[in-house]
Design a binder for this molecule. Sequence first.
Ligand code: EPZ
Length: 425
Amino acid sequence: MDYLEITGGKKLSGSISIGGAKNAALPVIAAAILSDQPTEIENLPNVVDIRTLLRLLDILGAKVEHEGNSVRIDAGSIRSTRAVYEIVSQMRASILVLGPLLTRFGECEVSLPGGCAIGQRPIDLHLKALEAMGAKIEIKGGYVHAVAPEGGLQGAKVIFDKISVGATENTLMAAAMAHGVTEIINAAREPEIVQLCEMLQAGGVTIEGIGTGRLSVHGSGGAPLHYNKPISIIPDRIEEGTYLCAGAITYSTVTLERINPEHLQSTIDKLETMGCHCDVQGDRVTLFPPNGRLKEVHIVTAEYPGFPTDMQAQFMAVATIASNESLIEERLFENRFMHVSELNRLGADIWLKGNVAAVRPVDQLYGADVMATDLRASSALVLAALAAEGTTRVRRIYHLDRGYEDLQGKLAALGADIQRKKSQA
Ligand code: EPZ
């Protein structure tokens, strides 16, 4: 099994390019199912989760031609509407095929996602929304069995008790081919949702309220969508935030290219609170480290445009060497502090009380062997290793490969001493 060996204490410098967003690409790929013509997608991040979803579409019978950061998907040849456990258990976001399969084919079976390191992550909101549109849903043998009413899903008023990115995406895609108008109230407003709305609009669907918490989707009444132009995936705001944190934790000046600064506001705001300066020029941002020591930060994770939970672990790593105690409250996932004990192995001093972490300042982190537990936790361990004295070995980096394209290569390009190695075991 591969691991990363990082010798810390090196300053970083230079610039790197940011890739397409995994969490935008996944629903865009799923939305290809809504068309019976080829769909072209560009600026795709070449990461494991993307390849897993493309494999699922291939198993369903779609023609998938994937090359590097582009893919051509012809969902006209789909022959199966059963999303198997073998794939869904590897990546819970596969649940995003539920809405498109049901609305296009009137019936489907999708494996329940199962457990996740960061929380229970139920899909009740997804199912409730589809039932509101007339679907009959049954959970049996670990699968969701969904059947649309005769003639197809019907437009409906969907009110979410809680903001959910995935449930909003599944409902949008189901509504895109439904009969009539679907109103989604308390919808998620993430940039990834906006990209999906713009894709569906390009496919012929009218959507009002894009970017707000209230969406109205005028369904095509059963007609498949046609995406006549390639869809280019938006930059990955979490990848951007991760590399800006790499600059901050090593007190380095780094530049990121091909970013969307608008999507980065809350991250930049917190880095500036810690004493960094972020200079935005068009689609580039340069982080300048603080003159003195990094300052403490107080973070409460929230839905967009609030502070992203997917940046919580990375900021915790930076806060370990700040001048005073930082408080980090995780409000979206009930078990997203798996990185705490591993950061403490690197010499951090973090205490947990319920969903709040108190990150007490230490002067120095020290290299050690640590274990990755989930995607963002693993990137936090890499950041801490960059600042640590000595060598760190980060194991189980398959978590990293799920959502970061060539993280090791990009950090090495910025001057980090980082190698990917194979363990004997
Ligand atoms: C998306 O997950 C992202 N994944 C996550 O990123 C991200 O952390 C999350 O949104 C929040 O921003 C993808 O886009 C593929 P939610 P999703 O539904 O859609 C609860 C990463 O690191 N909930 O918005 O699964 C849920 O348990 C990943 O890239 C229900 O209770 O998140 C959670 O507490 C990790 N019932 C909250 O809502 C439901 O039916 C938000 O979850 C659905 C969700």
